[in-house]
Ligand binder design. Sequence first.
Ligand code: 16G
Ligand code: ZN
Length: 547
Amino acid sequence: MEDQALFEQHHKTGQTFSYGTAGFRSKSDGLDPVMFAVGVVAGIRSMFLEGSVVGVMITASHNPPEDNGVKIVDPRGEMMEQSWEKLATQVANSACESYEAFCHAVSVVCMSVGVKRSAMKGRIVVARDSRASGPRLLQAFLAGVKWVGNVEAYDYGTLTTPQLHFLASQSNIGKLEDKTSAAPLPRVHETAYYDTFLSAWTSIAQIAGFDSLPYPVTIDAANGIGAAKVREMLLNHPFFQKDVSLVNADWHAAALLNHQCGADFVKTNQRLPQGVEGSRAGINCSFDGDADRVVFYFCDSEAKFHLLDGDKLATLLARFFKTLLEDAGVQEQVSLGVVQTAYANGSSTAYIERILQVPVSCTPTGVKHLHHEAVTRFDIGIYFEANGHGTVVFSPQALQKLQDKLETVEVGPHAHRALQLILLFSKLINQTVGDAITDMLAILAVLSILKWSPETWDSEYTDLPNKLVKVVVPDRTIFKTTNAERQLTSPPGLQAKIDAAIARVLRGRSFVRASGTEDAVRVYAEAATETEAHLLAKEVDELVRTY
Ligand code: 16G
Ligand code: ZN
């Protein structure tokens, strides 16, 4: 009965949920039972993994302040294995129904994965972003953890999403093989995050011979938790103190989160966020609310705004690593590739394939798809969504090859430096997930090493004019795609009409997909001129509305 009382305290009915690309996400009001259910599922997942530490992040990223959400992170810091998404969905929806339905759903899950709750131990680390609903939802989550029994949970308080991914993965180092170890939580303190990445930065600066940032950097932290963490990590550090300014840093003012600022605002509106002046020298960047996305931008001498989005981050890093691999003489042994989605600007893909001669792979939207492709296809896999979400992943085998070469083969100073730099960049980048802070540091390190201005970076290729529109339709589930979301298989006949519209414009490309986070369909169009891109978007928009 006590168990039921715990459940009832957080029970609300009336909504159904689905574990999507970003976990569970909605207006925060109805999420309490979902949080309770996630406490239970995360506990069972950790038991299933024989006590490896599982992470849980409470956040709604770039969404408005009144939203919230939650996602489960697996022991290596990656998104929860896909087959568990439907288990999580079943438990969450049963928790919105009744205690009986909930108990039944939990037993079914335990039975299907072979977990005996009374005989096993689970370990969880949890964190939340700066949202006002965070503390309440955390309590619902912890009640769920308590309900499972035999689960140790450690609350990191507020963190960025990538910090939680990183700390969860670090908690399991050495423990993934040694399943019997039962070191208490936390196994890793938050400062490990700062120490790891700052120490890589310092070594890179020493080897590359720079002792300050190339120009002033303004960070728009979207009034999110990234502000607090940048302050802690960088603003008292001698390297950054002088040249880094932080704006939209009011993370205590929950209502200001992502409001007129942040990576999503800048990318969607293609303009400066509130608080950043166009006249400011140097380069600017914007994080989103949980600091797992970053975009850069600057204004030229005519005050024209230039966006350096996820595609530009990927191309800069691809160019940089290609040169380092050649300098190190390992381009034949270590494969390099870029992973994008259909939203990548056609010019960026052409630049990577034709100018850099680096292979490009395209996956459906959502970090888990890009991450998986990058890890499985390439030794050094660079993946970015155009919205600024991405990272670089390095295969342990390739890193070992580079390390061996560094230690055992006589190489010239140029190759020696290149080998050292690749190894150090693998430590400067948070490989578990896109991370605004470490991506920003990696980009600033590359710009410092290349001695590139923002203008030089931007001039590598010119984006094709493009347009993204949201179309609200009666039923978005009828829009089914194939070929990494680039073509529709349903409704029948629509793709042929879109193809005909594309054929009428120069360098035209357009695709339609149902959003995974909103009840709408998205239309993307690009073409040789702005007029044609807008025309194509309008035409496809109208075609979609006829279904
Ligand atoms: C989620 C995804 C993001 C993707 C976006 C697309 C993760 C962690 N987040 O926020 O990568 O760009 O969804 O949204 O995977 P949409 O389906 O509404 O277009
Ligand atoms: Zn985010």
